[in-house]
Ligand binder design. Structure first.
Ligand SMILES: [Zn+2]
Length: 94
């Protein structure tokens, strides 16, 4: 997140909270302020931008386990993949 200023980060967080609520976009859990992170759907390493449409809120655990992969590793097995697809319907990729 090096190239997002703290001010911009705060306003993006506020927009995302309004749009999606205080839930992790991967596991759906309610987040405390300290575990809430801004997630890039398309990772910056793959050309993703800081546009709001490419951003979601994710808990630290999911964000951290994902690294630069498209999905966090635990969504790669079939059961969690279904779970992810459910989540993706709630949080549609735009
Ligand atoms: Zn999570």
């Amino acid at each position: 997140m090096a190239n997002m200023s703290p001010t911009s980060k705060r306003s993006k967080t506020r927009q995302l909270l309004q749009q999606y609520g205080n839930r992790c976009c991967w596991c759906g859990k309610q987040m405390t302020k300290s575990e809430r992170t801004i997630e890039h759907l398309v990772p910056k390493s793959l050309g993703g931008t800081n546009a709001i449409s490419n951003l979601r809120l994710a808990c630290f655990t999911c964000n951290n386990s994902r690294g630069n992969n498209l999905l966090p590793p635990r969504f790669m097995n079939s059961r969690d993949r279904d779970n992810f697809l459910d989540l993706a319907r709630i949080y549609p990729w735009k």
